[in-house]
Design a protein around this ligand. Sequence first.
Ligand SMILES: Nc1ncnc2c1ncn2[C@@H]1O[C@H](COP(=O)(O)OP(=O)(O)OP(=O)(O)O)[C@@H](O)[C@H]1O
Ligand SMILES: [Mg+2]
Length: 567
Amino acid sequence: MMDVGSWLRGLGLGQYEAAFRENAIDDTILPNLTAEDLKDLGVGIVGHRRKLLDAIAALRADASGQAQPPDAHQATDITAKGTAERRQVTVMFADLVGSTALSASMDPEDLREVISAYQKCVAETVRHFGGFVARYLGDGVLVYFGYPHAHEDDAERAVRAGLELITAVAGLKTCAPQQVRVGIATGLVVVGHLIPSGESEERGMVGETPNLAARLQSIAEPNMVVIAESTRRLLGSFFQLDDLGMKSLKGIGGPVRAWAVLRASSVEGRFEALHATDLTALVGREEETELLLRCWSKAKTGEGQVVLLTGEAGIGKSRLAVALVERLAGEQYTRLRYFCSPQHTNSALYPIIGQMEHASGLAHDDTPQARLDKLNAVLEQTSTSIEDAALFAQMLSLPNDGRYPLLDLTPQQRRQRTLEALTAQAAKLATQHPVLMIFEDAHWADPTSLELLNRTVDQIKTIPALLIVTFRPEFQAPWAENSRVTSVTLNRLGKGEVAALIARLVGNKELPADVMAEILERTDGIPLFVEEMTKAVLEAEGEVEARRIVAAIPSPAVRVPATCTHR
Ligand SMILES: Nc1ncnc2c1ncn2[C@@H]1O[C@H](COP(=O)(O)OP(=O)(O)OP(=O)(O)O)[C@@H](O)[C@H]1O
Ligand SMILES: [Mg+2]
């Protein structure tokens, strides 16, 4: 017999033990509790109810010896109970459109070929974005992002994979063009090692999220990615979305909001996508700001400077760089911003390409011709040679429509020449106005971009330019010894600064003193956590819920923000 009290404590929800006992909830009743019952039991916090419902679903799956995902036709057991854990996972469900019709009209041999080409395509796309194919269900595929390997951008990865999958499947060389539907949802799920009857180990997941992803897939139009609100919340402004409104879905309690993903948006970088909508006024960092301004002044006189800005995730590196830009408002200078991406650590010159696309104002619906015209317009401002323009066009994967000479180069020569063209470009820009280069998140830089950075650090002493490189502590910058290089490590904010940050976020709303004290204590001087937590508390309905939210936050040592759940 199971002890309900210790089960609750195991979930970190021991505060409900008395309520469960007083209402005679024992292990026979527990598996049948509904969300309504939990409300009656005084579980007012949605997050706690969700957690309990997921864990109850796991109990049920355990008891029946069956594990979801939905429609699983292989019987599997969560046999190794000890290895089951709760995780935030983004689940993607993809299905081939019209496969029933296909199976009726097609020769079984051909059909098998279509399905197998499709499955291979899904597997490759998903692997490319760091996802995990958990199961094939006929022509449906269940994919996890965030398990077994978590990334801080799993939701974004899932959506990018979904969009890419549509293109990849459309390009399959099958007898007729194929289409897919994709559904994506994020949530806390119980995952465990499932030992199936077959030889290979699979991992299964219990909770509403896989089912929600499957249902969202079913309401998608062909070649559409539909996402849940839980996923949308993690995406910032990375994508352009279409609100599909509230939907009632089979097997999902209550109507849920659904969104269609139209395309990736053209935000300049991660910081803009995730934080730009409501930037909090800068708190503290006076010394660091002054230092950046001093380096800028020096750089402008022709003594180029490099500042290495380092510190843990969410400490405020990007915010400080933005603070410098704010201080330079009104000055005449050229700003070049480069953003590395955790999904493109091996994609040659990824941040440089992004910068050039952005500077040229390339739009998603531009024809290749229009893209070339726009690129040329930008390059003409620096009288770029036609050979260099050809190299840049190729770097941006733009087709040569005959306007450029055909360069007969080996890949190695091309790389070399492109790097030279890029440094020459920076030097030319610097003859017009001083240049501020902000190179963000060097810990995710690809090797070619790092080589370009090396060259730029060498080159900078001769041009009026300031290069700021931001990175997390896991990256070892090889330039620290250079005399033009200043290293700045951002430390956690002091108590007074955190209090000021909270006060700015709260504005003229009310926040009880003890809740404020608790946020101060638990976020330990990391501005990202302070922001997330204060916002969550401000969204709470009433003081009681606000207190519960704060109390539910684990200690800072183990905590990571919702946007970077690594556990
Ligand atoms: N000194 C500050 N004053 C006000 N807000 C701040 C400050 N520092 C950081 N923030 C806010 O905290 C959040 C996280 O900061 P930021 O994104 O700059 O961190 P980061 O060090 O660049 O993290 P990452 O390594 O993930 O890029 C942002 O919303 C930012 O606006
Ligand atoms: Mg940053």
